[in-house]
Ligand binder design. Structure first.
Ligand code: NAD
Length: 352
């Protein structure tokens, strides 16, 4: 198969420009970016849904219908999916390690979101359904060494997922697979590895490592207290995917028939340690900070990277924004947010 026939996006898949696209979690980071992505592609009927009140959404996208609904409730999921042709479920109660290690019940309860959304999508006659899974679905036994090998799709089973959050993702993946097998709904399942970029949480407890580290460097510069606290020993490794790669990857995976009901990694394969991530943020800030380490802070698995053999083979593509480039954009955005907050202007924020 040639690249052109393999790589289909919503635009080239034959999807009508006025087809109803539904995106849940659109008040958050990735869902918001996805709504903006489809709007820029020329789609005219996008319904963005989130349980957060509208003033707290990270992005307000003109021309997009925005609904405040808790789709963990059946009747709201039905309302969200009315007339849907494609449904992208990015809603979840989640955050960085600090959140998912502490609030396992909240993470598990996200099972209600996917359970109701996939049934509502099916009943509405949707053609395709996307589920945002996570690398946290992988067997944690394989992630005990910072230098462990990259995770490939078959590494989820035998299962020993991250407690709470990871098990919910694994179970919801199975829902998707069974809706395809028993009811013929075309489902797409991407296992995201850490995603970062502008318009995401950067403070308040749900933020992830790249945003947290940028913020700490910016804070240190601003306050003159030139030190930084790092969770764990800083040797834990991860890979980080820039948001633009994530939105394009979602589109490509959703419209690839070879990938129906088939979980696939969507992540960068550029592995770095948290110490290296700090060095990069320091470079961007033009400062060197004294490092302190908190061994008791949540730190997650010792090592994790994305094996991109499958996505490269099937889509002839993989996330490719260099961390340095993506982090520079993210750092600049957080710095602006920090200044805006200090000046009393509106910023991205979370409510509980
Ligand atoms: P986010 O927290 O920024 O966005 C999630 C949104 O879902 C929030 O705005 C929240 O209000 C909304 N939500 C939660 N419960 C809801 C409900 N019952 N009804 C309606 N909306 C609800 O998170 P994100 O980073 O944009 O993540 C999006 C998806 O990607 C999630 O499924 C997440 O588990 C997955 N994921 C993200 C990452 C990452 O690094 N950001 C990594 C792996 C997987």
């Amino acid at each position: 198969m040639t690249k052109a026939t393999r790589q289909k996006t919503a635009k080239t898949s034959g999807l009508e420009r006025d087809a109803q696209i539904v995106i849940t979690g659109a008040g958050g980071f990735i869902g918001g970016a996805l709504a903006s992505y489809f709007r820029d592609q020329g789609f005219t009927r996008i319904r963005a849904v989130d349980k957060k009140p509208l003033p707290h959404w990270y992005q307000h996208i003109s021309g997009v219908e925005s609904l405040c609904l808790d789709v963990g409730k059946e009747e709201n999921a039905k309302r969200a999916c009315e007339g849907a042709v494609e449904v992208y479920n990015l809603a979840a109660d989640m955050g960085g390690m600090g959140f998912i290690e502490r609030f396992r019940i909240e993470c598990l309860r996200s099972i209600l979101i996917n359970t109701h959304m996939i049934e509502a999508a099916y009943r509405a006659g949707a053609q395709r359904y996307f589920f945002s899974s996570s690398a946290c679905a992988y067997n944690t036994e394989l992630q005990k060494d910072p230098k462990c090998r990259a995770l490939k799709e078959s590494d989820a089973y035998p299962a020993m997922a991250e407690r709470g959050y990871g098990w919910e993702k694994l179970m919801s993946e199975m829902f998707c697979q069974e809706y395809t097998a028993e009811r013929g709904l075309k489902t797409a399942i991407a296992r995201f590895h850490n995603v970062y970029g502008p318009n995401g949480t950067w403070d308040g407890g749900r933020e992830k490592a790249p945003a947290a580290i940028c913020r700490k460097v910016i804070e240190a510069k601003d306050t003159g207290v030139h030190q930084i606290e790092i969770w764990g020993d800083g040797n834990q490794t991860r890979s980080f995917m820039y948001i633009d790669d994530c939105t394009l990857g979602i589109d490509l995976i959703m419209h690839c028939d070879e990938l129906v009901a088939t979980p696939i990694n969507l992540g960068s394969s550029e592995m770095v340690s948290i110490n290296e991530l700090v060095s990069l943020a320091e470079e961007l800030g033009g400062i060197k900070l004294k490092r302190t380490y908190d061994p008791n802070a949540p730190k997650g698995v010792a090592g994790r990277n994305s094996d991109n053999t499958m996505i490269q083979r099937i889509l002839d593509w993989q996330p490719n924004t260099p961390l340095r480039k993506g982090l520079a954009k993210t750092y600049a955005w957080i710095e602006q947010q920090y200044r805006d907050r200090k000046a009393g202007r509106r910023t991205v924020r979370d409510i509980d």
